[in-house]
Design a protein around this ligand. Structure first.
Ligand code: NDP
Length: 338
């Protein structure tokens, strides 16, 4: 199914002072600066979603200085539809701003049937990147990621596929995602030898998911690789959304998502306690959750999702207060049982 363009034809002009409020951080030892808050299109941009809402979110994001939009071959649902919708909105609203944007895509999870549509072979990565470019109507992506480690394909093959994509001009930079620390270090070493340094690691990191703290963040820092934290709001759990129950229009209530009601219910006590700490700091929980990640300058950017422009605007205010008192950090760790 190919989407038809039913979006409002009104011309979009980005606001003049869009770069005034956003903070930009250098991504590892590269030339690239990323906005401290980036926007991901995993949810809310597929065929099942309202494209006008998605369009307003993208416009509001760019107007607020968010220059980085993150996609993957399988975002939707169905797979590929987020890239198609994004391509349509890019053509409509952002074509003239292409050089102001960092657009990323990925391959690594199952995408098409048969032995060549999953994991980390060169065959899969090159074909998938070609498909993503076509869906988005782009000549190149700014960052192309291997989405998750492949236990069977030699790491050298996967990394040389990323290197090839750069040499072919289909990607400017490459990254890895969901790689544990030891494998990330090996991948970075291979990429360095190939002459295509690893720009960035995209890792799940939030108050509820702190695995990166044990060694990954230091390894990335030592190797001059940026870190972009995905699902920094734990898919919406680290907001005020679930405090009084599970709203019908929330991710936890919807089908075809990866957030279970039981998961939310199991975290509710902690969510309420964190909410109180946030209030005492004069923040919403969403804002505190993002500020808390950004207090560490090894985190280049936090990669949020949003289902409305109001959520996006609320989250952007996290940048107003990223400093924490020692006492606040301690209280948060106590709630989290760290
Ligand atoms: P978040 O943790 O930021 O969760 C976003 C969701 O939380 C929103 O869609 C919304 O859900 C809810 N929300 C956001 N802000 C608020 C607010 N202020 N108040 C109330 N609810 C709010 O991130 P995601 O899990 O969406 O992931 C972000 C991006 O990270 C993805 O789009 C993707 O680009 C990337 N990612 C990468 C992965 C990888 O393997 N590399 C895996 C997963 C994500 P609701 O619908 O309930 O309103």
């Amino acid at each position: 199914m190919r989407i038809t363009d039913k979006t409002n034809p009104t011309e979009y002009r980005a606001i003049e002072d869009r770069y005034d409020e956003m903070t930009y951080r250098r991504c590892g030892h590269s030339g690239i600066l990323l906005p401290a808050i980036s926007l991901g299109l995993w949810h809310n941009f597929g065929y099942l979603d309202n494209l006008e809402i998605g369009r307003n979110i993208l416009r509001a994001a760019f107007d607020a200085g968010i220059t980085h939009f993150d996609l993957a071959n399988n975002y939707g649902p169905p797979y590929g539809s987020a890239e198609e919708n994004f391509g349509l909105l890019l053509k409509r609203d952002f074509a003239k701003y292409r050089d102001e944007l960092i657009i990323s895509s990925k391959a690594g999870y199952d995408m098409w049937s048969g032995p060549y549509g999953n994991y980390g072979s060169k065959k899969y990565l090159v074909a998938s990147c070609d498909q993503s470019l076509k869906r988005m109507g782009l000549e190149y992506v700014d960052i192309f990621y291997h989405h998750r480690p492949d236990p069977d394909t030699p790491l050298e093959e996967t990394m040389s596929a990323l290197d090839l994509l750069v040499r072919q001009g289909k990607a400017l930079y490459v990254g890895i995602s969901n790689y544990p620390a030891d494998l990330a270090e090996k991948a970075a070493c291979i990429l360095k030898d190939l002459g295509t340094p690893c720009l960035i690691h995209q890792a799940k990191y939030s108050m509820f998911e702190r695995w990166v703290e044990s060694d990954l963040l230091d390894i990335l820092d030592d190797n001059g690789i940026g870190c972009i934290a995905f699902s920094p709001l734990a898919q919406g759990m680290l907001t005020n959304k679930y405090i009084d129950g599970i709203p019908d229009d929330s991710r936890a209530a919807k089908e075809m998502t990866y957030l279970e009601r039981e998961h939310v219910e199991a975290k509710l006590v902690q969510i309420k306690q964190l909410h109180e700490i946030a209030e005492s700091r004069g923040q919403k929980l969403s804002q505190m959750a993002l500020s808390w990640l950004l207090k560490d300058d090894r985190v280049t950017s936090v990669l949020i999702g949003a289902s409305s422009t109001n959520q996006l605007k609320e989250n952007l205010e996290a940048l107003d207060k990223i400093v924490f008192e020692e006492d606040e950090i301690k209280k948060i760790d106590e709630v989290l049982g760290v």
